[in-house]
Design a protein around this ligand. Structure first.
Ligand SMILES: Cc1cc2nc3c(=O)[nH]c(=O)nc-3n(C[C@H](O)[C@H](O)[C@H](O)COP(=O)(O)OP(=O)(O)OC[C@H]3O[C@@H](n4cnc5c(N)ncnc54)[C@H](O)[C@@H]3O)c2cc1C
Ligand code: FES
Ligand code: FES
Length: 470
């Protein structure tokens, strides 16, 4: 039995197949056809709805999600708000009004999804730095984004009275009282021990966290997933803790939260995390999911390699740490044994003399998979010689890689333009990427060379600026 609050109604569902998605339920079972299906793969945002739950401080948390790739069973004990709930008594909601006043809709297919992303924006207690981020997961093919970005900026600036808001107290009480989910073939453990038991109970089950990768097996490949263990509520996988050497980040912490932490302590990672999918994707996606599917074009593995991070793997009894480059063994292959899961990643602090950068090149700025990711982490000694070097990349081999041959060319030598030229010249001998829809092999080689050059120029500019101010 599964229970959720749909708009202002509590609904109970006797049984939902582990791989049934919310979109299908809304449109086909509930007749809520305002939520549209465009791509069924998390790309277009036509299916955007808002999920409500409480955070660690028991504050209500409103996050936009893609209904097309969210399993219905993942929503036990949560509220889902659809576009039908916004206008009350035939009067448009202020976020709808903001879109209409700026002529932000034409054919209207994208509009419900856009309105729901703007609704999530209007529910944030603190205005975001860039309100347009809330629209990064919504494609509009006819209106153009100018009026929509203006609507987002307006919504972020003014205080909005939300006619759809229920009593906060009653909503929190319901969200906090919901019984544990009892669904055969969809287990949702809350602790490390319960997860170990769940693994014994359903040894063939697929692990799932945000489902932003796994759900595509169902919606794009038309496969079925008969058994699922949902990791999104396991306490050990949800904590972020500061350790002596750095941070331990739980494998199920949503990437939105990971992004907030990382941009504070590792500002060089901000852009790549801001461009990982969209806010809608990052609200559900996790580090464990990214390392779990080990895609050669995923952004997290090269990032983690470059920061000298480690992957923590658990079986309920012992935890083992792996370097990501050792953990990922081949194309979507890892060291993970059937009784194990990824519980966290560990990231050490950067020292002041470490220069770190990560660059992502993709066809579209936001919500697009990388053609190439290159990450660099150089430690220079007092004479500007390279003392230590990590170079990692995605999109150039069957797995995310550490480019040790190139690293060795840097180590012990002065970090100069001449050295960078020499390393660039060796790149075609060291990497042998594939050609595909995202770019030819030659283009990828050229990207790695150009990004090495960019890194040098950026470091050089920073040093020059520091010297000028000294
Ligand atoms: C529209 C769209 C855009 C995207 N853009 C990007 C992008 O720009 N960059 C990028 O890197 N990725 C991108 N992705 C891929 C994906 O969103 C991320 O890799 C995400 O981090 C996956 O996390 P998840 O929790 O949703 O994984 P899930 O789908 O829940 O799981 C993915 C896989 O990992 C396994 N798994 C999950 N958690 C664990 C765990 N703790 N231990 C072991 N195995 C586990 C699952 O069994 C499954 O095989 C995009 C996806 C979509 C749909
Ligand atoms: S239908 Fe396109 S993101 Fe869901
Ligand atoms: S109004 Fe037609 S796709 Fe946006």
């Amino acid at each position: 039995m599964l229970e959720l609050m749909l708009n202002d109604q509590i609904v109970q569902i006797d049984y939902a197949k582990p791989d049934s998605m919310l979109l299908e339920y809304l449109r086909e079972q509930q007749g809520l056809t305002g939520t549209k299906e465009g791509c069924a793969s998390g790309d277009c945002g036509a299916c955007t709805v808002v999920m409500v739950d409480t955070d660690a401080d028991n504050e209500l948390r409103y996050r936009q999600i893609n209904a097309c790739i969210t399993p219905l069973n993942a929503l036990h004990g949560k509220q889902i708000i659809t576009v039908e709930h916004l206008s009350q008594h035939g009067v448009m909601h202020p976020v709808q009004q903001a879109v209409v006043e700026r002529h932000g809709t034409q054919c209207g297919f994208c509009t419900p999804g856009i309105v729901m992303s703007l609704y999530a924006l209007c529910k944030q207690k603190q205005a975001p730095d860039n309100p347009a981020d809330y629209l990064a997961g919504n494609l509009c093919r006819c209106t153009g984004y100018g009026p929509l970005i203006e609507a987002a900026q307006h919504i972020a600036q003014v205080e909005i009275f939300d006619p759809a808001q229920q009593s906060e107290q009653a909503l929190k009480a319901w969200l906090n009282q919901c019984d544990e989910q009892q669904t055969v073939n969809y287990l949702k453990p809350k602790t490390r021990q319960q997860l170990a038991v769940a693994k014994q109970q359903l040894p063939e089950a697929k692990l799932l966290c945000g489902a932003t990768d796994l759900a595509l097996d169902v919606t794009q490949q038309l496969n079925t997933i008969p058994q699922i263990i949902d990791l999104s509520e396991v306490d050990d996988l949800l904590t972020i803790s500061e350790t002596k050497s750095g941070w331990r980040i739980g494998a199920a912490v949503p990437l939105t939260q990971v992004h907030t932490l990382m941009k504070t302590h590792f500002p060089s990672t901000n852009e790549v995390l801001e461009r990982l999918g969209s806010l809608t994707i990052r609200n559900r996606a996790s580090l464990g999911g990214s390392l779990g599917h080990a895609s050669p074009i995923g952004d997290i593995a090269p990032l983690l390699i470059s920061l000298n991070g480690k992957i923590e793997v658990d079986d309920g009894t012992d935890k083992i740490l792996y370097a990501p480059e050792d953990y990922i063994t081949g194309y979507r292959e890892t060291q993970l044994k059937p009784n194990q899961w990824i519980s966290a990643v560990h990231i050490p602090r950067l020292a002041p003399n470490q220069k770190h950068a990560i660059y992502k090149v993709s066809k579209r700025y936001e919500d697009d998979i990388s053609t190439v990711v290159l990450a660099l982490n150089l430690t220079l000694d007092s004479e500007q010689r390279v003392k230590h070097c990590i170079l990692s990349a995605g999109g150039i081999a069957a797995k995310s890689v550490r480019l040790t041959e190139l690293e060795n060319l840097f180590i012990g030598r002065p970090f100069t333009q001449l050295l960078v030229q020499k390393v660039k010249a060796v790149v075609p001998e060291v990497i042998h990427p594939l050609s595909d829809v995202r770019g030819s092999a030659e283009y990828r080689v050229q990207l790695v060379q150009n990004l090495l050059q960019r890194f040098y120029l950026e470091c050089h500019q920073i040093s020059t600026r520091l010297a000028e101010h000294a």
